[in-house]
Ligand binder design. Structure first.
Ligand SMILES: C[S@@+](CC[C@H](N)C(=O)[O-])C[C@H]1O[C@@H](n2cnc3c(N)ncnc32)[C@H](O)[C@@H]1O
Length: 236
């Protein structure tokens, strides 16, 4: 076995070599419970006063508590004063980041659908974060152009419609300061980006972005195999 070992054989916790002593049962559930317990993670409804959507569940659309804790940690380390997010849903990632920002920090989140933007506004107010978070309602494609070119961001979280990821990245790139971080979520798009030819438009959008990311040499980058793939790009 050792002689045949490849670099990708130990990438994920559920690969054979990394769970060889697991005694049986639901490995993913057991692993999740361990992470939640040891990291002190809470359900979103415990972390925030939360109005929910009656159309889409948190489980379907929101970042899960593990991703949210990673965002929380990144913000606490980076200490960003200006954050921009594309794709708010009901505001969980925005509130997690806003709560971790230094005093005086401001976060702008762009959300296309009024149903979600309304819930966000309610959630931001209910959690005392309305003064830190601005909701821009509209299509990110147009909304981004309205943000003053002079405004520089310390952190960008791209999590909206996947078809336009490359465009969002190229638009935001000049507006992220040197030393700033760009995070792009769902970049593996359920495995579609691994196909020689993608089978979905969203997968194609993610693949186009990933190829663009691969060509950028002025970043320290990591395509992190967490959930549906999270790309981290620290601008030099
Ligand atoms: C994956 S969810 C965001 C989840 C949220 N960031 C979180 O971590 O909990 C993607 C969101 O992007 C929004 N969205 C989709 N297309 C968009 C667009 N063109 N412009 C802005 N927002 C868009 C969707 O309505 C949805 O709320």
């Amino acid at each position: 076995m050792a002689a045949d070992l490849k670099l990708w054989d130990k990438l994920l916790p559920d690969q054979r070599l990394n769970n060889i002593y697991f005694g049986g049962g639901d490995y993913h559930h057991a692993l999740y419970d361990l992470i939640v317990h040891t990291s002190g993670l809470q359900l979103p409804q415990e972390s925030f006063k939360l109005a929910l959507s009656d159309k889409v569940t948190i489980e379907e659309m929101a970042s899960n508590p593990v991703q949210l804790r990673l965002l929380d940690l990144i913000v606490r380390v980076l200490q960003p004063m200006r954050i921009i997010e594309i794709g708010a849903f009901i505001g969980l990632s925005a509130m997690t980041m806003a709560r971790a920002m230094p005093a005086g920090g401001k976060l702008t989140t762009i959300e296309k659908f009024d149903h979600f933007a309304d819930i966000c506004r309610r959630n931001f107010a209910a959690n005392g974060l309305a003064d830190r978070i601005t909701v821009v309602e509209g299509d990110a494609f147009e909304a981004l152009d309205k943000i003053p070119k002079s405004e520089l961001f310390d952190l960008a979280f791209i999590d909206g419609n996947k078809e336009r990821y490359a465009h969002y990245f190229e638009t935001l790139e000049p507006r992220v300061r040197s030393g700033g971080l760009i995070l792009v979520d769902d970049v593996f798009f359920h495995g579609d980006v691994l196909n020689a030819k993608t089978t979905t438009e969203k997968g194609e959008g993610c693949k186009r972005f990933m190829e663009l990311a691969a060509r950028r040499n002025n970043y320290v980058k990591l395509a992190l195999p967490l959930c549906n793939g999270l790309m981290l790009m620290l601008k030099n």
